[in-house]
Design a binder for this molecule. Sequence first.
Ligand code: SF4
Length: 208
Amino acid sequence: MSMFNPVDRLRRSARITIALYRISQAMNYLLRERGKVRGLSPAQIQTLLFLKYARPGVRTIGGLADRLVVSYATASDVADALERKRLLQRNPLPTDQRVVMLALTEQGEHESAMLEDVLDEIENAVAALPDTDQEALVRATQSIIRYLQVRGYVKVYEMCWGCQFFRRNAHPDDPRGPHHCAYVDAPLPEQNTYLECPDFTPIEPERT
Ligand code: SF4
């Protein structure tokens, strides 16, 4: 079966797959066009947004390679290019000089702020749908993403609030943070709970 063959698009699942493909083409187009304006490649745009929103511990070349789903060498090349543009800097970890962390420079922070709205047109199209359609889309797309995630085609980064390992207000008086991550068994300051984490594991929907 081939969803690219128009005859096969009589199947509903093929029509939906083609629709998702077209949406991904539109996203790539928007990233490329913004990149032309800002002088950045789509990978560089994704890197700047990754460094802005990812959990601090994963802001490394390895973490970037995971996020972009590319090799370590390719991620390193992307970081080099951003470093040359003075948007990114490499900082050895104070507690272990062998570990190099990536961070946005002030200019990089500014540049990433200029990229925030790159996919707004897609959200505008979604926001125009009736509530019931949006709710159905949330359920359906989450289920598709879970299927793809289990097979290793996509890595999902999400923030703590919907994660199985998140223990809200586990130790409210702890100066290191009131919440707790049971995955790494460490306290979580409030602001870190709004960052994206590759270890995010969704809360299982309740079975009835
Ligand atoms: S594993 Fe879950 S709770 Fe822990 S930092 Fe990641 S998202 Fe937050």
